[in-house]
Design a protein around this ligand. Structure first.
Ligand SMILES: *[C@@H]1O[C@H](CO)[C@@H](O)[C@H](O)[C@H]1NC(C)=O
Ligand SMILES: *[C@@H]1O[C@H](CO)[C@@H](O)[C@H](O)[C@H]1NC(C)=O
Ligand SMILES: *[C@@H]1O[C@H](CO)[C@@H](O)[C@H](O)[C@H]1NC(C)=O
Ligand SMILES: *[C@@H]1O[C@H](CO)[C@@H](O)[C@H](O)[C@H]1NC(C)=O
Ligand SMILES: *[C@@H]1O[C@H](CO)[C@@H](O)[C@H](O)[C@H]1NC(C)=O
Ligand SMILES: *[C@@H]1O[C@H](CO)[C@@H](O)[C@H](O)[C@H]1NC(C)=O
Ligand SMILES: *[C@@H]1O[C@H](CO)[C@@H](O)[C@H](O)[C@H]1NC(C)=O
Ligand SMILES: *[C@@H]1O[C@H](CO)[C@@H](O)[C@H](O)[C@H]1NC(C)=O
Ligand SMILES: *[C@@H]1O[C@H](CO)[C@@H](O)[C@H](O)[C@H]1NC(C)=O
Ligand SMILES: *[C@@H]1O[C@H](CO)[C@@H](O)[C@H](O)[C@H]1NC(C)=O
Ligand SMILES: *[C@@H]1O[C@H](CO)[C@@H](O)[C@H](O)[C@H]1NC(C)=O
Length: 790
């Protein structure tokens, strides 16, 4: 089910990818009105100082500062060895060592001149710092960890709130602890600065104007206001400077003024309730975090606005089943349910006790059980977000805000974290779905990510005892652009997320099945393959017809990539995911728009029920960031995709790593009664070599070659710009496909028949000569084993 929204007031239409950088705002290679800048030729990813200078700098600092720690530890080791005792520090000593290590390491640099803004891991071994991820015990040491919350109700209840303010996410005891924690943690220090910096930037801008955008209502302005309130609130509580109070009130007045929206009934656009919910959350934070300084009339003004435009319309929707689209309904296991319930919950918690109408109490009775039944199941049993990797951001941001608000305000999450026993795996999903060349971003990615980050990773890592989620996220660039990192982060974390983390993972729920394989977690040039074969329906109509679709990264860039979403305003785009849906008329959603096989020019069948197999050598990276996989280290994924096609007797697609994870083989064993067309989308410049059996792809100074190994005759690469197949049914009248930019499609076209179509990918690694590449034997997919290609 998807929004059946009246778009007749549409005033802006997304252009080529415009308005939604996969990394949200702040992406330097993204322009919100024109989309990506020069996607085909990414700029130089890093300068030499970053590549060479930073690791050296870090090594020197570690040697200088941790050296003391290491020195005294090895000294301890000697005496410990003499007495036969264990030398690992415990208690206060462990806490003090953890602080020293953190300070020595500092914050890893972000490749800010890279396309993908990923962290740069130092090329070094550091046995003091890069150890098994853990939270240091005894961490309520004031230098290292949060004190215990003084509010520990014996019988928590949603309407029984803590006695002090703030209630939402950041209670007073946390603000009191922060200055000392900031002094001892380079991440907190960095984020404190960036949050102040953001607040200063926002302060200098006029209040967010009302902009009704046909595809997302007023969601962008709503989220923009929310991120401002978060930043202003943070700056206020950390500085006591009343200029933040005044600026916040200005923002709050503007979004309920007579010039905001067409009339009072539609002021916060309840028809597109996400907008209403985000504004309610923003006002809730303002009400709560500034509670002590609002004048009585200001408090009343904010409270009235929340009740009139947010909570009462929300209650009406929940109780009376009004509202155009049932975001509270039982099959809405996606971001909508999380965002709407979370915003109403935060609003209600903020005003409980001051609201004399009873609406706040009543709405909690509905939002909590509803989110437990629906929002919490936006995560499938393997951890995958059931919509798409892009919608994961919206869903988890809201889920974490709702859970953290309930905990801080009332002392319990009421099971929101645990009702789905696999919810905690979603951090693993986010880590594996992130390749060194960006997300494996299948399906729709959603609107601009104002106010939305991956900082739920910090919260989940702490709650589900997955320190690797915390270690991973704290180095991501978006950790710094949101005050949630300050409060979700457990500073007692130590170690390296990659230490012991398997390179490969199969996500095996049949609805969301996909796999990731890589050659390293810390080399930005690593080889990465993501491939999927889940069902085509059951994703809140955000999926494409993409069984067997894959992405491939190497040498710091993406070679086989996604075309992305289409225009959300396009007719019928969200009508349904039935076979006859108009959604499947748009190129980017059609099977021809994926890195997949098209048979007879037709779309895949929405009834597809693929089965998958996966094997891996179980290679894990060790403690060092410098990692070279052993030569027999491998993984492969095979999906039976017969059910995804008409006119196909049998079809399996297999993908494997070869030659110690330096090459990739994509093999399609297919018997088709219609034409077979292999397709792959790339931003590279493609040169097809004489004879057509190999092709050279070039991006910047990097090259990758592709070779058809089988069939040995009759199969040739061709290339072309993105174009609809001549046999495609027409688009709805007046509609067009989005311009996907200068993307080239690499194709192999074969007549009906039985084939083992094998395509070899050889990234041209520096220092690797042609004789270092292997040509694997031809092995039917049914006979693939871990060593069948050695
Ligand atoms: C917020 O801060 C982050 C980190 O410094 C920065 O990347 C981002 O551009 C800032 N956002 C705004 C809107 O200023
Ligand atoms: C937080 O950052 C602001 C602005 O950079 C700075 O003035 C303040 O001292 C910092 N707070 C702490 C506790 O370090
Ligand atoms: C702001 O005020 C609070 C409460 O009075 C106080 O605890 C805190 O130290 C003050 N912070 C600054 C930076 O002045
Ligand atoms: C909207 O509501 C406000 C506050 O109740 C009121 O002052 C204003 O007149 C209303 N505007 C319209 C157009 O009804
Ligand atoms: C439900 O609808 C009835 C009838 O229109 C209305 O009186 C009532 O206020 C609505 N309930 C809520 C919570 O809005
Ligand atoms: C609480 O919500 C349930 C449905 O979730 C409803 O049946 C019940 O009437 C509600 N109680 C109150 C007091 O609103
Ligand atoms: C996939 O995950 C969903 C959500 O947790 C669950 O309801 C479903 O049973 C799972 N399916 C399988 C085949 O495990
Ligand atoms: C081309 O690059 C843009 C920007 O990084 C990306 O969004 C898109 O997915 C890429 N297309 C392909 C086919 O790789
Ligand atoms: C790879 O080789 C090592 C050493 O010979 C052996 O122990 C290991 O089992 C092999 N792994 C696989 C997946 O074949
Ligand atoms: C890898 O781990 C899985 C799960 O523990 C196990 O079933 C499989 O046999 C292992 N494979 C190898 C090659 O060790
Ligand atoms: C099978 O092939 C026939 C003849 O080309 C075509 O009309 C039909 O649509 C195909 N069926 C499917 C499900 O693709």
């Amino acid at each position: 089910m998807a929004p059946n929204y009246d778009y007749s007031n549409a005033s802006s239409t997304p252009l080529n990818n415009a308005g939604s950088s996969p990394y949200g705002s702040g992406d330097p290679y993204y322009n919100e009105s024109t989309g990506y800048i020069s996607p085909a030729k990414p700029p130089q990813r890093k300068n030499n100082w970053l590549k060479i200078g930073v690791p050296v700098f870090i090594v020197v600092v570690i040697a200088a500062v941790v050296g003391g720690v290491l020195g005294s530890r090895s000294h301890d080791n000697k005496s410990a060895a003499a007495s036969g005792a264990q030398a690992s520090p415990t208690g206060a000593a462990a806490a003090s060592q953890a602080v020293s290590i953190k300070q020595a390491l500092g914050v890893l640099p972000t490749a800010t001149d890279s396309m993908y803004l990923l962290p740069i891991y130092p090329s070094t071994t550091n046995q003091a710092a890069f150890t098994t991820p853990t939270f240091v015990a005894n961490s309520n040491n004031a230098d290292l960890g949060w004190p215990a919350d003084p509010f520990q109700p014996a019988n928590p209840a949603p309407t029984s709130v803590r006695p002090d303010r703030p209630r939402l996410i950041a209670p007073a005891y946390k603000w009191q602890a922060l200055p000392q924690l900031i002094a001892n943690d380079p991440y907190l220090k960095f984020w404190n600065d960036t949050n102040f910096n953001n607040a200063t930037q926002f302060k200098g801008q006029p209040p967010v104007p009302y902009v009704m955008d046909g595809s997302n209502g007023i969601l962008d302005p709503a989220r923009d206001i929310k991120r401002r309130i978060k930043a202003f609130g943070y700056a206020w509580r950390m500085s006591n400077n009343t200029m933040w109070v005044d600026r916040t009130y200005q923002e709050l007045q503007n979004a309920v003024s007579d010039s905001w929206g067409p009339d009072n009934d539609t002021k916060w656009n309840p028809a597109h309730f996400l907008d209403t919910a985000e504004l309610t959350a923003a006002y809730a934070l303002a009400y709560d975090w500034f509670y002590d300084v609002w004048q009585p009339n200001q408090k009343q003004f904010i409270l009235n606005a929340m009740l009139t435009y947010g909570i009462n319309p929300g209650l009406d929707a929940l109780v009376n089943n009004t509202n155009f689209w049932g975001w509270w309904a039982d099959d809405i296991t996606g971001n909508w349910n999380c965002v709407c319930n979370s915003g109403l919950t935060m609003g209600a918690l903020a005003i409980l006790g001051d609201d004399t109408s009873g609406a706040a109490e009543r709405v909690l009775n509905w939002t909590i059980p509803n989110a437990m039944e629906n929002c919490a199941f936006g995560v499938s049993s393997d951890g995958t977000w059931v919509e798409t990797p892009g919608y994961w951001y919206f869903g988890t941001t809201a889920h974490a805000e709702m859970s953290a608000s309930l905990e801080s305000a009332t002392g319990s999450d009421y099971g929101l974290l645990t009702v789905n026993p696999n919810f905690g795996l979603t951090g693993l999903f986010h880590m594996y779905v992130t390749g060194p060349g960006s997300l494996f971003c299948w399906g729709d990615q959603g609107p601009n990510r104002f106010s939305t980050t991956a900082n739920a990773m910090l919260y989940y890592g702490d709650k589900f005892n997955h320190p690797e989620y915390v270690l991973w996220q704290r180095d991501q660039f978006d950790a710094s652009s949101d005050p949630w990192s300050m409060f979700y982060y457990n500073p007692a974390v130590t170690g390296a997320f990659w230490d012991g983390l398997p390179l490969d993972h199969l996500f095996d729920n049949s609805t969301t099945a996909w796999a990731a394989m890589r050659s390293s977690w810390t080399d930005e040039d690593a080889l990465f393959v993501g491939v999927k074969a889940g069902t085509l329906t059951g994703h809140q109509t955000h999926n494409d017809l993409d069984c067997g679709d894959f992405v491939l990264d190497a040498l710091g860039t993406r070679w086989a990539g996604e075309t992305g979403e289409s225009n959300y305003l396009a007719e019928g785009y969200f009508s349904s995911d039935d076979q006859s849906s108009e959604r499947w008329l748009y190129y980017n959603q059609r099977t021809e728009g994926q890195n997949a096989i098209v048979v007879n020019g037709q779309n895949q069948l929405v009834t597809a029920l693929p089965t998958v197999q996966f094997q891996t050598s179980n290679t894990s990276q060790g403690s060092s960031t410098v990692f070279d996989a052993p030569s027999n280290s491998t993984a492969f994924f095979i999906a039976d995709l017969t059910s995804a096609y008409g006119n196909v007797t049998s079809y399996q697609r297999g993908i494997r790593m070869l030659n110690g994870r330096k090459q990739v083989l994509v093999q399609d064993d297919i018997n088709a009664q219609g034409t077979v067309m292999w397709r792959m989308h790339t931003n590279a410049t493609v040169t097809i070599n004489t004879g057509g059996t190999s092709a050279t792809l070039q991006i910047g100074n990097d090259q990758l070659t592709m070779q058809i190994l089988s069939p040995t005759s009759g199969a040739q690469f061709t290339k072309g710009p993105i174009a609809r197949l001549p046999t495609d049914p027409p688009l709805p009248a007046g509609q067009s496909d989005l311009d996907d930019g200068p993307v080239t499609v690499v194709m192999i076209s074969l007549p009906a028949g039985q084939y083992s179509l094998q395509v070899l990918f050889n990234p041209q690694w520096p220092g690797m000569s042609s004789s270092d590449f292997v040509t694997p034997p031809s092995v039917p997919l049914g006979s693939w084993t871990l060593d069948s290609h050695n």
